[in-house]
Design a protein around this ligand. Structure first.
Ligand SMILES: C[S@@+](CC[C@H](N)C(=O)[O-])C[C@H]1O[C@@H](n2cnc3c(N)ncnc32)[C@H](O)[C@@H]1O
Length: 240
């Protein structure tokens, strides 16, 4: 059994509380063993993306139909060939449960990388195994993260990557009307405290997502999803 199949089974077990009942995603999205002659090169050509074990046993992973029966490393290589230029960073001082969900959204919108700042450990449940297809980099401190952004060469013209703080803090601008750089890193704070003092100091601009109700803020993973989609609207669909 592949690692991922194992992870899905473990997840199903945890959900049901009474044995390894398949999750809805496994029964709805999964496919059985490959029927008919195998795709050309499968099992013989090392460059074939197909995984013999999946062809033999079926594929219950949460992947697009296009990637059905592909090896994980082949999927990652394909994603790497067309990743977007935005990065996502989240502070992790309190093992925030939003991180898994943010990783999943970053995978969906094809972020270049997710950066976890603070504790190395984070709760992977919300990621639904998408972290295996997403580059995740750890930084011990905000200072380490800032140094990485300054020297990574991934910003415009091979320069520093601009750090864009996402929070509704004093002096922030509206995300809805802000022209986002194509290459940048969005920095999110944690539930409760929001962006730390160090993270605030590291950001060259702050963006708020406009709200209209009574709550002070939205959930950090919801904020991350909105932010990433704003970038997609601007740089994939050219809506600004
Ligand atoms: C639940 S908020 C907490 C802090 C918030 N500044 C407050 O006053 O309550 C946690 C994180 O979600 C993101 N967030 C939540 N609502 C937001 C909004 N309206 N605009 C931008 N970011 C937001 C930010 O990254 C923030 O650090």
């Amino acid at each position: 059994m592949s690692d991922e199949l194992e992870a899905n089974s473990a997840d199903a077990h945890a959900h049901s509380g009474a044995g390894p009942t398949p999750t809805p995603e496994q029964t709805t999205w999964g496919v059985g063993p490959w029927e008919g002659p195998w795709p050309e090169g499968a099992g013989t050509d090392p460059n074939s993306p197909f995984d013999v074990e999946l062809l033999e046993n079926g594929d219950t992973r949460n992947v697009l139909d296009h990637y059905r029966y592909w090896r994980m490393d082949a999927i990652v290589a394909d994603l790497d060939s067309r990743r977007h230029k935005f990065h996502v960073a989240i502070e992790n001082w309190q093992h925030d449960l939003n991180i898994g969900s943010i990783v999943r959204t970053a995978n969906a919108f094809l972020a270049a990388e997710v950066h976890i700042i603070g504790h190395r450990r984070w709760n992977r449940r919300g990621a639904m195994v998408t972290d295996r297809y997403q580059h995740v980099r750890h930084h011990n401190t905000v200072e380490e993260f800032v140094e990485w952004a300054r020297t990574c060469g991934l910003g415009a013209g091979g320069g520093a990557l601009p750090i864009i703080g996402i929070d509704n803090v004093e002096g922030c601008q509206k995300i809805e009307t802000f022209d986002m750089p194509e290459a940048c890193v969005f920095l999110f704070g944690q539930e409760g405290p929001g962006l730390s003092e160090a993270a605030l100091a590291a950001s060259e601009v702050f963006l708020e997502i406009s709200q209209f109700g009574s709550t002070r803020s939205i959930n950090a993973s919801a904020a991350a999803a909105i932010t990433m989609h704003c970038w997609v609207e601007q740089h994939v669909f050219g809506r600004r």
